[in-house]
Design a protein around this ligand. Structure first.
Ligand code: MG
Length: 207
């Protein structure tokens, strides 16, 4: 189990090193309040998928970050039931009896995807859930490059990176260090003109 996890990690690291654009998002926003949901929908996005921790909620919290309420309501108005949360802490084997997933579904009013593999793996589970063979119609929103953006880009989705996190309080120290490093890496890649993978809806950038 541990060996296979490490092997997966090595494979993903190799893919990123040989193709760094896999961690470059199609759109960078401050937080979800800057996402123009209507524009995404009109551009052809049919489903919007979100990471949870530090994207919608504080780390390991099951409540929406209160300042995001209006944006979340707008998202629900535009995408209706085509919203899904893909979290590495809820809905996976770490989530005993899916208790966290159930609490989040209750509080946020959208489905939490149940699946075996954690991001950046497990893209098939999301495609299956969305009942689509065209991943470019899915937008993936998250605060981490090596899980969320990599996950979306590996699977041909439109990726949106939320730069400003909810809080560092309660987050684990490794995640904190990795996120800071990721921000520097992204800055470096963008400075060198590295573009995200091609996507038919690339004009959907917020800016
Ligand atoms: Mg997160």
């Amino acid at each position: 189990m541990v060996q296979s996890f490490n092997l997966q990690g090595v494979i993903y690291a190799f893919r990123v090193l040989t193709r760094p654009r896999l961690v470059v998002p199609h759109s960078v926003v401050k937080d979800i309040r800057d996402i123009n949901y209507q524009k995404l929908k009109e551009g052809g996005i049919q489903t919007i998928a979100f990471d949870k921790d530090n994207c919608l909620t504080a780390p390991y919290d099951n409540q929406l970050h209160p300042p995001f309420k209006d944006s979340w309501n707008e998202c629900k108005k535009v995408f209706g039931t085509n919203i899904v949360i893909v979290s590495n802490s809820a809905g996976t084997s770490d989530d005993h009896q899916y208790n966290k997933a159930k609490a989040i579904e209750e509080n946020l009013g959208v489905k939490v995807l149940r699946r075996e593999e954690k991001k950046p793996g497990g893209g098939e589970a999301l495609l299956k859930y969305c009942k689509t063979t065209d991943p470019s119609t899915i937008a993936f929103v998250g605060d981490r490059l090596l899980t969320d953006v990599l996950f979306g880009n590996l699977n041909g989705m439109f990726t949106i990176f939320t730069k400003q996190i909810v809080t560092e309080k309660g987050d684990n120290p490794i995640a904190l260090k990795l996120r800071r490093m990721e921000h520097k890496v992204l800055e470096w890649l963008l400075m060198r003109g590295v573009k995200p993978p091609s996507h038919p809806l690339i004009n959907l950038k917020n800016e």
